[in-house]
Design a protein around this ligand. Structure first.
Ligand SMILES: N[C@@H](CCC(=O)N[C@@H](CS)C(=O)NCC(=O)O)C(=O)O
Length: 231
């Protein structure tokens, strides 16, 4: 590994790992990526992390940290520009609370991919996701800013983006949608996020996300999908 650079252990389609990559890219930190097959985790990976999940961030001395929010926090401390969090400790904490709220609402989207769900349960999950989106739409209106972080994206923007990148999967996989014109502030926010260079650099097209999800639902996740020849 290049001295002074970082290594991100990743799974290409993992929204949590994408948080770490977004923070690295946003702060222009040098890093390389090692993708892990999560279904057959290599022994060398398991021997290095007790949490057995991606993302994992490694520095040149071989020491590691895990958990997406921990890695984002670390990166924000060590590479303060551009900042992800406000200076004020209370406001900092509030932003992290919002990430938790997101975790309990919109990120429930993943429950939908359980193939044994009946239609009524799917309806209920869609309703919960919509309610969660409404909460974030209102919060953005209350803040009156382009991004949750203000005129530039902050921690909350980058931490929740991966789920919005995957929102266009819903029509592709379930033929229905959760984010609609009703959440006009969020719709505008999505367009603004799509123009952020770090977001642009890491974006994966909805069709590829959908293909990956389909392989997961079939029981054999295809982690190297994008490497397969298109024949
Ligand atoms: N709380 C963790 C969640 C990370 C997570 O769930 N990662 C998934 C992939 S998206 C994982 O590595 N799962 C391990 C497995 O599938 O065995 C974080 O925020 O980093």
């Amino acid at each position: 590994m290049v001295p002074g650079s970082l290594r991100a252990y990743n799974m290409k389609y993992c929204p949590y790992a994408q948080r770490t990559l977004l923070a690295l890219a946003y702060k222009n930190v040098k890093f390389d990526i090692v993708n892990i097959n999560l279904k057959r985790k290599p022994a060398w990976f398991l021997s290095r992390t007790m949490l057995e999940k991606v993302p994992v961030l490694e520095q040149a001395d071989g020491s590691i940290i895990s958990e997406s929010m921990v890695t984002m926090d670390y990166l924000d401390e060590v590479y303060p520009q551009p900042p992800l969090l406000p200076q004020d400790p209370w406001k900092k904490a509030e932003e992290k609370v919002w990430v938790e709220i997101f975790g309990l609402s919109v990120s429930k989207i993943y429950k939908l991919y359980n193939t044994s769900l009946d239609e009524a349960t799917k309806d209920k999950i869609f309703e919960e996701i919509t309610q969660g989106l409404d909460v974030f739409d209102k919060e953005l209106a209350k803040r009156g800013t382009k991004f949750f972080g203000g005129s530039q994206p902050g921690l909350l923007d980058l931490a929740i983006w991966p789920w919005f990148e995957r929102m266009p999967l819903l029509p592709l996989v379930f033929h229905r949608t959760a984010l609609t014109a009703k959440q006009a502030n969020l719709m505008k926010w999505v367009s603004a996020m799509e123009e952020v260079p770090a977001v642009k650099a890491l974006i994966i097209p909805a069709e590829e996300h959908a293909k990956f999800r389909t392989t997961c639902m079939a029981g054999e996740p295809e982690y190297d999908l994008a490497l397969k020849p298109k024949i």
